[in-house]
Design a binder for this molecule. Structure first.
Ligand SMILES: [Cu+2]
Length: 69
């Protein structure tokens, strides 16, 4: 599980853009977004760096918090 903080995710529209970016990186990814905590948890076979890059390319400022197997 990859935990990413996205402090500039402020509304449901942001959340849907982020989940779309994650799915475009890994169509099989499971993505849980906690809008109130501004955190995204992703279960994916892709490296965390690729998911962070995808969220960044979608226009946000992601920060990798931790990666738990
Ligand atoms: Cu928004």
């Amino acid at each position: 599980m990859i935990h990413i903080a996205v402090h500039d995710m402020t509304c449901g529209h942001c959340a849907s853009r982020i989940s779309k970016a994650v799915r475009e990186t890994d169509a099989a990814a499971r993505c849980d977004i906690d809008l109130a905590a501004k955190r995204v948890r992703i279960a994916s076979a892709e490296p965390a760096a690729a998911l962070v890059a995808a969220i960044s390319e979608a226009g946000f400022t992601p920060a990798l918090e931790k990666e738990v197997a």
